[in-house]
Design a protein around this ligand. Structure first.
Ligand SMILES: [Zn+2]
Length: 123
């Protein structure tokens, strides 16, 4: 994840990332995926952050975010059924989104290891 996007995911959701640090004046946590999944992560983290703020669910701590078997994986502690649903949806939808640019990827790419659009196929 680029430093700019990394900070955009961290800064508004610091309660989810207690291990976040400041590197070169930007918040850094260590997302192990590329920028194509930024929108998915941004929406999912916003929803989960709000859930923790307005409900009495156990505080969520995100422990690892990475690409595995061609899909987004979000590992975390805490939360409730709502949080589980949001992260499960994010992981599921990611397999049809190019991990590099965020373009929609057709089903024909599903059997390859990484979701890539035609432009980034082979990268
Ligand atoms: Zn792409």
């Amino acid at each position: 994840m680029s430093p700019e996007r990394e900070e955009m995911l961290c800064k508004p959701n610091l309660s989810l990332f207690p291990d976040a640090t400041v590197v070169n004046n930007r918040y850094f946590w260590g997302f192990e995926c590329q920028d194509g999944w930024f929108d998915i992560l941004n929406i999912a983290l916003s929803l989960v952050s709000a859930r923790c703020d307005i409900s009495d669910c156990e505080q969520v701590t995100v422990t690892e975010v990475k690409e595995k078997f061609g899909g987004l994986r979000i590992y975390y502690r805490g939360g409730d059924d709502f949080v589980h649903g949001v992260f499960n949806f994010a992981e599921t939808i990611s397999v049809n989104v190019c991990a590099i640019c965020g373009s929609r990827v057709g089903n024909r790419r599903m059997h390859y290891h990484h979701p890539r659009c035609d432009l980034h196929y082979g990268d």
